[in-house]
Design a protein. Structure first.
Lengths: 377, 308
């Protein structure tokens, strides 16, 4: 266990008051250079750490300190790491999943809230935090009656000081509402534009009512993006027509949708930002990721056989604690072999929105470098 | 009166009004906001802040009109810009190698005379390259001016006359920031080096860079690419002997004595001025008469307060 806890336990099982005092004085879980010690207090038959880190068991038991209601688990954890977790507490034959009651740091996603374990040295990047000095962009609404997908509502992010007399780069972003809600997208855009690290750009935030069907490499969705969404946005906002000023982006299956659209319509997008893409493929054997992935595998196998030039510049990122790290790594030599400009970044993180948030600066500034060196306001 | 003042950035915490008061200027004023490009002329906030009449010289828009009315000149200008871009790219390649040597020698342990001499020589190589680049860009500009004689072209001459009248009737000229290359391009196009010489002048951000005698682009922590400060080209030279560094605390690693030292030594004898919010420095007939909230990078690696 961590040094302060070892000191507490050295004299035998601590009483409740001593434990209360210890917990009040320390950030829990206890993080040091080499790892993390999880603590849980309470009556239980068993307590399990539930996390989704590839290569580690999905459930790891905490050990009870004899003579107390304190449960412990020590894990090695490299500096700068971050992952999300819950506790599973078993009592009287029933089990309950809950966020760590002693850890105030949590992260939300569409499925709920998880506790966050921030390894030694990890800090949320300061550019993800609201900056009172940054000029803020605004939102516009756009309706598209799609021939391919039916009626769709989009939000358009318009940068601060938006002018109709100027032409803007465009980024089409899948799961837009989730990016706003869970990855602080608007704050990040406002900050990076204000700091001149990316140019003022328009972002089309798309969402799907059924992403498991639409984001899996489906032609209708790609045709909607290129044949309907792009013209509709161009009719609403002044856009730079150069493909280098047009990007598509997504995380997980959203990354598949972005890559598929760019592959099916070469030249439509000059830039791709793909985060933890669900790029499942098969070489020997069959798909083992379940039926949802059947169309993904078909697309990815076709893509891997004939990648073409989906975009001139591509940024990929993936957490090394995700099972998708293999598929993402495998994509890199394929893309660089096409003589594309490729940047691949691995993070000590999992398949989650804060991982994707933390990579936005590197991805966006690689794809859309701002006028940092030339503009001094 | 030949008062010149440089200010820190004016966004959010402006001190332009205070500067005008110290100069005894009651207006009217003319402004150059060409660095704002398509937002040129949106000076309502500026007017409200200074509380006196301000008219924008409209250099960005005038240039657009010139290029539209004079296609051969527009084409030649574009070609010159392309040649300047090539020069900049080639300079940047050579600069990266030389600054790499400076960094490697700085990291070498020890303080032997040979190592000290090698460090000085490496920095000298960078200074020499900077001078060569400055000379090359100047040759490009002077060759262009000699061949095309912009001031005599019918597409430009009427603008020069109008600008001369506007500047003549102004108590001071304000030059705002923005895109420094665009700003400098427009200032050059309309002969502002001559037009503004001897006029009371207040400049900030990119404006401060453009009126100095050497425009240095800089950022120590860019999200992509190398953090190598580079010379763009000569400025108008209206405020000589300084390198203007707006937002220095955001852009430069001022807490790194090695970087501060190398920056100051590279551009010496010019004084490298960290122009932050609230900074003000003023010269009267070339003599420094006021400085507030202003620090300069020194060759010892420290930041020193500038005092009049």
């Amino acid at each position: 266990v961590s040094a302060p806890l070892a000191q507490l336990l050295a004299a035998g099982p601590p009483d409740a008051a001593a434990l209360d005092a210890f917990i009040a004085e320390h950030d829990i879980p206890l993080v040091d250079r080499d790892g993390v010690t999880f603590l849980y207090r309470g009556a239980a038959d068993a307590v399990l750490l539930r996390m989704f880190v590839s290569g580690l068991p999905a459930a790891q038991p905490l050990a009870r300190v004899a003579g107390s209601d304190l449960w412990l688990l020590r894990l090695g954890m490299p500096a700068g790491s971050r992952f999300e977790y819950k506790f599973e507490v078993e009592r009287a034959g029933a089990s309950e999943w809950l966020i760590d009651p002693l850890n105030p740091i949590s992260a939300a996603d569409p499925f709920g809230v998880n506790s966050v374990c921030q390894g030694f040295g990890y800090l949320p990047p300061e550019w993800t935090l609201p900056d009172g000095g940054a000029r803020t962009g605004s939102f516009d609404e756009l309706s598209i009656d799609s021939r391919h997908l039916g009626p769709r509502q989009l939000r358009l992010y318009l940068p601060a000081r938006f002018r109709r007399t100027r032409r803007y780069p465009l980024l089409v972003l899948h799961d837009g509402e989730d990016y706003l809600r869970y990855a602080q997208l608007k704050t990040v855009l406002d900050n990076l534009i204000h700091r001149l690290e990316i140019p003022p750009l328009v972002v089309a935030l798309t969402d799907s009512p059924d992403r498991l069907s639409e984001y899996v490499g489906v032609d209708a969705h790609a045709d909607f993006l290129v044949g309907e969404l792009l013209p509709a946005v161009a009719a609403r906002a002044p856009l730079d027509p150069d493909p280098a000023a047009r990007g598509a982006m997504g995380a997980s299956l959203g990354g598949v949708a972005a890559l598929h659209a760019a592959w099916r319509h070469p030249g439509a997008f000059g830039r791709l930002l793909l985060q933890s893409g669900s790029f499942a493929f098969t070489d020997l054997g069959d798909n083992r990721r379940g039926p949802v992935f059947e169309p993904v595998v078909r697309f990815m196998n076709a893509f891997r056989a004939r990648p073409g030039r989906p975009a001139e510049r591509i940024y990929l990122s993936c957490g090394i604690y995700e099972s998708l790290i293999y598929e993402n790594r495998s994509l890199v030599p394929l893309l660089t072999g096409q003589r594309l400009q490729v940047r691949f970044e691995e993070a000590r993180d999992g398949h989650n929105w804060q991982n994707w948030r933390d990579r936005l600066r590197a991805g966006l500034t690689f794809l859309f470098p701002g006028p940092l060196w030339m503009v001094y306001e | 009166m030949t008062d010149h003042a440089l200010l820190g950035p004016q966004y959010r915490v402006p001190n332009l009004r205070e500067c005008l008061a110290s100069l005894g200027v009651n207006g009217p004023l003319v402004a150059v906001t060409a660095g704002w490009q398509e937002r040129e002329g949106e000076i309502e906030e500026l007017r409200a802040h200074v509380g006196m009449p301000v008219s924008d010289l409209g250099l960005y828009t005038r240039a657009e009109h010139v290029y539209a009315a004079d296609p051969p000149f527009a084409a030649a200008s574009r070609e010159r810009q392309q040649r300047l871009q090539v020069l900049q790219d080639l300079y940047r390649l050579r600069l990266a190698a030389l600054l790499g040597a400076v960094a490697e020698l700085a990291a070498e342990p020890g303080a032997s005379p040979a190592l000290r001499r090698a460090r000085l020589a490496a920095l000298g190589d960078v200074r020499r390259l900077d001078r060569q680049h400055l000379a090359a860009t100047e040759r490009e500009h002077s060759g262009f001016a000699r061949h095309w004689q912009p001031g005599r072209r019918p597409s430009i001459a009427p603008h020069l006359a109008a600008l001369g009248t506007a500047v003549e009737g102004a108590a001071a000229v304000l030059i705002a920031g923005g895109h420094v290359a665009v700003l400098l391009n427009r200032l050059r196009l309309f002969g502002c080096g001559s037009l503004l010489r001897g006029r009371p002048l207040i400049a900030w951000s990119a404006g401060a860079m453009a009126v100095s005698d050497r425009v240095v682009l800089f950022h120590d922590r860019p999200p992509q690419g190398a953090a190598h400060a580079e010379v763009l080209e000569a400025g108008l030279g209206l405020v000589p002997g300084v390198v203007a560094l707006p937002h220095a605390h955001q852009r430069l690693a001022l807490d790194d004595p090695g970087r501060v030292r190398d920056f100051a030594r590279r551009f010496a004898p010019a004084r490298c001025l960290a122009l932050e919010h609230g900074s003000l420095v003023r010269w009267h007939r070339g003599r420094l008469v006021a400085a507030r909230d202003l620090r300069r990078l020194t060759r010892s690696g420290r930041l020193a307060q500038v005092q009049a």
